[in-house]
Design a protein around this ligand. Structure first.
Ligand code: PEP
Length: 252
């Protein structure tokens, strides 16, 4: 089953109007340079969604946000609803990133609730999972990731509305990466759990991205593994040249 490679940039809490706009324009220009067969997503902070949407007009790069609330509207000061994201032109929303799980105490249950609401509104989700260093060192990686998949992915998720991102917490922003064997092992295990939860057909079609210190020099080995369907890129997505070099090296 051919799964379209996704290259998604998570800008996190980075970018003011001027530099965000410059980055989006540079990515748009670089994407145009050659015929590419992957799906590009950029996920700027909420404050830049409108600006970046306009800047990306006419390109095939789609917009994503980095979180949403599970309610459509109401008394949730500081939160953003799935419908608001849709209204801003978002196609995707990242949910359950480890920084949200850590900084905001987000649980699998909450991530699943958000994902259901996002799907209901018509957004696609990129649901993040991944183990901490302590969990890896104690041999719990597969158990932790399986539990996160079972708890965070809605029961009616499909390969159309959901993408999984495996991001070992200890690899995010550290320059450290798992071995290709480790990545392959986790991705294969995740696909097995998805098959149990959603059925083999959906699991075989669902994209599982790798994220955590991906850069141009390691993109080829990490992103061309059999069960790896692209990358969720943090730091390296803030430089258009690096972001596109990652896509090039991932074969798209
Ligand atoms: C991320 O935060 O999603 C991420 C993968 O970050 P980095 O690429 O900087 O490790």
């Amino acid at each position: 089953m051919a799964r379209k490679i996704m290259i998604a940039g998570n800008w996190k809490m980075n970018g003011l109007s001027a530099d965000g706009l410059e980055l989006a324009k540079a990515i748009k220009a670089e994407v145009k340079l050659k015929k590419r067969n992957c799906e590009f997503v950029v996920c700027p902070p909420f404050t830049l969604l409108g600006t970046i949407k306009k800047a990306l007009k006419g390109s095939r790069i789609v917009l994503g946000a980095q979180d949403c609330h599970f309610d459509e509207k109401g008394a949730h000061t500081g939160d953003i609803s799935p419908l608001m994201l849709l209204d801003m032109g978002c196609t995707y929303v990242i949910l359950g990133h480890s920084e949200r799980r850590t900084d905001h105490g987000e649980t699998d249950e909450l991530v699943s609730k958000k994902a259901k609401a996002a799907h209901k509104a018509g957004l696609k989700t990129i649901i993040c999972i991944g183990e901490t260093l302590a969990q890896r060192e104690s041999g719990e990686t597969i158990d932790v990731c399986s539990k996160q998949i079972l708890g965070s992915v809605p029961d009616d998720a499909t390969a159309v509305d959901t993408v999984i991102a495996y991001e070992p917490v200890w690899a995010i922003g550290t320059g450290k990466t798992p071995t290709t064997q480790d990545v392959e092992e986790v991705h294969a295990a995740v696909r097995k759990v998805l098959a149990k939860k959603l059925g083999r057909a959906q699991a075989n079609k669902m994209r599982i991205l790798y994220g955590g210190s991906v850069k141009p020099s390691n993109a080829k080995e990490l992103l061309s593994l059999p069960d790896v369907d692209g990358g969720l890129i943090g730091g390296a997505s803030l430089k258009a040249g690096d972001f596109l070099a990652i896509a090039d090296n991932a074969g798209c």
